[in-house]
Ligand binder design. Structure first.
Ligand code: OAD
Length: 257
């Protein structure tokens, strides 16, 4: 496997074999994680100091048990994150991926992110493996609910609105720890991993299953796997690692295609 390419200050001369793969790939699967939204000002999860899970306890906020115990704490925390996502703007990485899909036609985007920045940059048919901050549903009867108006204050304790049909509390439409991923989204993503000949993995630590298995499946089926992230992954089992910010690397790559 070639050594990681350091793209942190500028994109180096890229190996012709890599450029050739990027140019000639027929079916492209892009898997994104929190890092793709980092340059929009949205915190990632596992980065030391700044990551959400460095500041908040997932067991208290991202589980069914936590919601049952304290719905206002959990609902309020996700509404705080929804406000941040709504106030953020798509960055150059989101825009480059939308432009790439527009140009390529057979590029599909699978994200672990619960914001809608890919869509707001122009990406279509985004597959959200971990749900969305913008699709609450009833905790009791699962009926989809409208997102309520955000309160004026940024208070993180907020009682969830009630379902008009059964009176149950609204819950965020995200996947919590211990829950299954949305079946259709996962099946589609898995199918894409098995079929693609190029898999781009962008801004994810690759620590959460089953999303982390998608590039592995793609590579087992013969796809070229390219990772874009400022941090090298010691156990990377793919083909190329480009080290740097997605918002700098993706537009530069797109220019060379
Ligand atoms: P992580 O926080 O685990 O990883 C974020 C990755 O983004 C790290 O590898 C960073 O080095 C990288 N990164 C930071 N800035 C970047 C930039 N400008 N460009 C490119 N990469 C950058 O986030 P995820 O892998 O997305 O799940 O986390 C996976 C899941 O764990 C999340 O979807 C969430 C969390 O628990 C649920 O909430 C269900």
């Amino acid at each position: 496997m070639p050594a990681p390419l350091d793209c942190r200050t500028a994109l180096p001369t890229l190996p012709p074999a890599l450029l050739e793969r990027l140019r000639t790939a027929d079916e492209v699967l892009v898997l994104t994680g929190a890092g793709v939204s980092a340059e929009s000002g949205i915190a990632t999860f596992r980065e030391a100091l700044t990551g959400l899970w460095a500041r908040f306890d997932p067991a208290q906020l991202a589980t069914t048990e936590a919601f049952v115990q304290d719905p206002a704490r959990v609902w309020g925390w996700y509404e705080w994150r929804r406000r941040q996502a709504l106030e953020a703007q798509p960055n150059a990485a989101h825009r480059a991926l939308a432009a790439w899909a527009e140009r390529h036609g057979r590029l599909r985007l699978v994200t672990q992110n619960v914001d809608d920045l890919h869509e707001r940059a122009g990406s279509r048919d985004v597959i959200h493996l971990h749900g969305s901050l913008h699709a609450p549903r009833c905790f009791d009867c699962a009926r989809p609910l409208a997102s309520p108006a955000l309160p004026k204050t940024g208070d993180r304790l907020l009682a969830p609105p009630r379902c008009p049909a059964c009176g149950g509390p609204a819950r965020p439409g995200v996947v919590w720890f211990g829950e299954s991923l949305p079946a259709e989204a996962l099946a589609t993503a898995w199918d894409l991993a098995e079929r693609c000949d190029l898999c781009l993995v962008i801004g994810t630590s690759g620590l959460v299953q089953p999303a982390a298995s998608l590039p592995v499946v793609a590579r087992q089926r013969g796809a070229t796997v390219v990772r874009i992230d400022p941090q090298p992954a010691a156990d990377f089992g793919g083909d190329w690692q480009l080290l740097g910010a997605a918002g700098a690397i993706l537009p530069a790559l797109l220019e060379r295609l």
